[in-house]
Design a protein around this ligand. Structure first.
Ligand SMILES: Nc1c(C(=O)O)ncn1[C@@H]1O[C@H](COP(=O)(O)O)[C@@H](O)[C@H]1O
Length: 553
């Protein structure tokens, strides 16, 4: 974990600390460079806050943190004063502290700003993605006890955007009355993937079979029991494709184990799940324990990294219902409020198996920003501060999220990503999110593009044209027919050709099809459903053909 060095507080700041009677913050430990304030925070100066045992914030107490913030700001004349410093009339007066300031933290800040909720982030990287959008960024490690404790003093509620945080400190803070959402017990279970599996199997959640392995002998035994390919996984610190290795045969076992850093890292194995599709369900739980589930999505991975998400997933209704049930049950077994992401396998024998759970907003829920009434990020904010939960349903029929993963290191990678973004800006229904990470690395999540539209066929065709090598002018290439002219036989042609002529005259994109409706009435029906898939909203049919169309069209 990178830690940045340097003293930030001026002498002036330190003297204010020294003057503070209920001083809980030690400037000498501060200058041990565990953390530092990066920019002057903009706290409410006339209403000083103090955290109570319950983790709430009371006004009118002089709090050393507030004093520190004031001193810090006073020492920086260039910082503009907030006009609203004299009072707080936000939807929530709770300052939300987020451990981690990556892209998820950044999108949490974006959602929070809409509700005027103040978010502080703790991240070691001075120019982390959330830094510029946060109310305050404390530069320091979320894996360091003293830093996390110091950060928690400044917040009304503590949450996470990455689970690899110092959970022992979170537990200690909870005992002291700090409000952590979700609860530290949840983070402890989730951050160890093996412990997570043990927890969910004890709660009767369907999972692929799994087994802890401590040496090559036990790994071989597991291979004999579960067969190959066999998934070998790190228990801890596994994310974005890191921490998983596949052994296709017993011979490949030791190289898979070496690739994961050996048994000292803590490994376990999982029986290969023969999945038809990988699915995910974003679930939110409020402080009142009420639970809402977002529509099931399909996730498509490339080298174990989430690459594309399709919402809603094209799965039978029964499967979608089962996936939602499993996700609901899994989240019910964990403690605390906030967003949870439940990753699942839909297997070839019709089962839904839990893959893993994240106790925070997740890549499989990024589409919700554009496609749902309440995004996962806003929902997380609402949940942790105790506002009513929002409607998780989709407000657009279809959405695709495409991750912008680093394609090359350094400048070349930035160039390639920006080329694609340039094209995406002219794709109808597309929204670009660029995380502003200072460093480009191969396969790193640098941004994402969400495309929404009236059907999955339409958004897929927009994505295809975006990704087509030569599609420099995407807009002109993605003009799709909006109207279908369909005939049950060519006897309708004399009449229908006039319809086509009029549409051409007014430059309305359309397509003309003749199907043998007399002999095969089903063809009319399958045309209609494929047309609907491709985003065609109106079908003009001759009298004979129309008789075979499904009622709702
Ligand atoms: N992608 C994930 C996961 C995960 O996949 O488990 N957990 C957190 N994150 C997000 O990625 C950022 C780090 O990204 P980098 O490794 O590219 O710096 C975190 O701060 C969080 O927003």
């Amino acid at each position: 974990m990178q830690k940045l060095d340097g003293e930030v507080f001026s002498k002036n700041t330190e003297s204010v600390f020294a003057a503070s009677t209920n001083f809980i913050f030690n400037p000498s430990s501060y200058s041990s460079n565990k953390s530092r304030l990066r920019k002057p925070p903009r706290l409410n100066f006339s209403s000083m806050y103090k955290k109570t045992n319950s983790g709430n914030i009371n006004k009118s107490h002089q709090n050393p943190v507030s004093m520190a913030c004031r001193a810090s700001r006073d020492s920086n004349e260039t910082s503009p004063a907030r006009k609203d410093d004299s009072s707080v009339h936000g939807l929530s007066e709770t300052i939300v502290g987020v451990l981690g300031g990556g892209q998820l933290g950044r999108m949490l800040c974006q959602a929070a700003s809409q509700l005027a909720i103040k978010v502080m982030v703790l991240d070691p990287l001075e120019n982390c993605p959330a830094s510029a959008l946060s109310y305050h960024h404390m530069v320091g490690s979320f894996d360091d006890s003293a830093t996390v404790q110091e950060f928690a003093q400044r917040c009304g509620v503590l949450t996470v955007e990455i689970e690899h945080v110092d959970v022992a400190t979170m537990e200690k803070l909870e005992q002291q009355g700090v409000d952590c959402q979700p609860k530290a017990s949840t983070i402890r279970i989730i951050q160890d993937k093996y412990l997570q599996k043990v927890h969910f199997s004890r709660h009767g959640i369907p999972l692929p079979e799994f087994m802890e392995v401590n040496d090559l002998e036990s790994a071989r035994r597991a291979g004999k029991q579960f067969g190959y390919p066999l998934m070998v996984k790190s228990k801890r610190l596994a994310y974005d494709g890191r921490g998983n290795a596949v052994a296709k045969s017993e011979e490949e076992l030791s190289s898979a184990i070496t690739a994961l850093g050996g048994f000292d890292r803590g490994l376990y194995v999982e029986k290969w799940a023969p999945f038809v599709k990988e699915l995910a369900v974003i679930v939110v739980r409020g402080r009142d324990k009420s639970i809402l589930c977002y529509p099931v999505v399909e996730t498509i991975h490339k080298e174990n990294i989430c690459h594309i998400v399709k919402a809603p997933a094209a799965v039978p209704w029964k499967i979608s219902e089962l996936a939602t049930d499993v996700a609901h049950k899994a989240v019910s077994s964990l403690e605390g409020a906030g967003i949870f992401a439940v990753e699942l396998f839909w297997t070839n024998n019709g089962q839904i198996l839990l893959n893993e759970v994240a106790p925070r907003p997740h890549n499989s829920g990024h589409h919700t920003i554009e496609s749902c009434y309440t995004s996962q990020f806003e929902q997380h904010m609402r949940a942790v501060v105790g506002l009513p939960l929002g409607d998780p349903s989709m407000k657009t029929p279809a959405a695709i999220m495409y991750n912008l993963l680093g394609e090359a290191e350094g400048e070349r990678g930035f160039y390639l990503a920006h080329q694609l973004i340039g094209k995406a800006l002219s794709i109808p229904g597309a929204t670009v999110h660029w995380y502003d990470k200072p460093e480009m690395r191969q396969q790193r999540k640098m941004g994402h593009i969400t495309i929404v539209g009236s059907s999955m066929g339409l958004v897929e065709s927009h994505l295809n044209s975006l990704l087509k090598e030569d599609s420099s002018d995407c807009q002109s290439k993605t003009v799709l027919p909006r109207i279908g002219i369909i005939m049950g036989s060519d006897s309708d042609l004399p009449v229908m050709k006039d319809a086509a002529k009029i549409l051409t005259m007014f430059s309305v994109p359309h397509e003309v099809r003749i199907v043998s409706a007399h002999r095969t009435p089903d063809l009319m029906f399958s045309y209609a459903s494929s047309a609907h898939e491709r985003g065609i909203e109106i079908i003009i049919a001759g009298a004979g053909g129309a008789a075979h169309l499904p009622g709702k069209l």
